[in-house]
Design a protein around this ligand. Structure first.
Ligand SMILES: Nc1nc2c(c(=O)[nH]1)N(C=O)[C@@H](CNc1ccc(C(=O)N[C@@H](CCC(=O)O)C(=O)O)cc1)CN2
Ligand SMILES: Nc1ncnc2c1ncn2[C@@H]1O[C@H](COP(=O)(O)OP(=O)(O)OP(=O)(O)O)[C@@H](O)[C@H]1O
Length: 195
């Protein structure tokens, strides 16, 4: 990726994150509940046996209740753990208290003593982001973790991004490694980019 493109991404990221911060905690919680309901109503969620989620940090869409609901539905819950060289390890979690510890960047991550899941086994992946557009592009935090990880998945596995409507911008700057999302869920609706 060129330096120009990297600095453009950094600039757009800051703008999107600034919008997200300005929501305030109460609004974020309320909107997160709406987003959770929309996710759980989707066929893609209902049919998935193995779901990779993320645990929110900073001002992201709150996902702890989604993770609890996934376990309560008797699905296999997979969470990411950051490893060196921008590698994301998919780890199966059974208990959201015992199996979790503060990891890289202060994100709540699964303990390494738990089993790593074969990426091809994942039926649905739920993805965080700093900004999104309605063409299915996603802007991350600049780590390149998810873009590398998507290459290991079954190409048919739905990739569903979660974000607040204020993080949606006309056009996210895209690089050659950036994968399109299948859907984006915000408090305003479910955007489907599949067709
Ligand atoms: N909840 C959650 N978990 C996740 C992600 C995520 O976006 N959300 N990730 C999605 O990829 C991975 C972690 N990626 C991260 C990448 C960078 C930074 C970070 O703090 N970056 C510095 C800037 C570093 C630099 O300038 O080089 C910063 O923002 O201050 C944090 C997380 C894996 N787990
Ligand atoms: N599949 C890949 N193979 C090699 N390099 C990659 C790959 N995906 C991304 N990168 C590199 O990683 C760096 C960060 O990428 P980018 O800015 O797109 O991350 P991001 O999507 O914001 O982060 P994340 O996926 O962690 O949320 C860039 O230098 C990019 O070229």
């Amino acid at each position: 990726m060129s330096e120009d493109q990297q600095s453009l991404k950094a600039e757009v990221r800051q703008a999107c994150l600034c919008q997200r911060t300005s929501l305030g905690e109460k609004e974020r919680k309320r909107k997160s509940g709406i987003i959770q309901q929309k996710l759980m109503d989707l066929q893609e969620f209902k049919l998935a046996q193995t779901v990779m989620l993320f645990l929110n940090f900073r001002e992201e869409v709150e996902t702890t209740a989604m993770a609890e609901a996934t376990l309560a539905c008797k699905k296999k819950l997979v969470l990411p753990r950051c490893a060196p060289n921008s590698i994301l390890l998919p780890i199966e979690v059974h208990d959201l208290i015992q199996d979790i510890e503060p990891g890289t960047y202060g994100i709540r991550e699964p303990k390494l003593t738990l089993g790593v899941v074969e990426p091809s086994e994942i039926d649905l992946i739920i993805v965080p982001g700093s900004g999104f557009d309605l063409q299915g592009n996603r802007l991350g935090y600049g780590g390149g973790y998810y873009d590398r990880f998507f290459m290991l998945l079954n190409p048919l596995t739905p990739r569903i991004a979660l974000g607040f409507e204020c993080q949606v911008i006309p056009q996210v700057p895209v690089g050659k490694h950036d994968a399109l999302m299948t859907m984006l869920i915000t408090e305003n609706g479910v955007y489907n980019f599949n067709s």
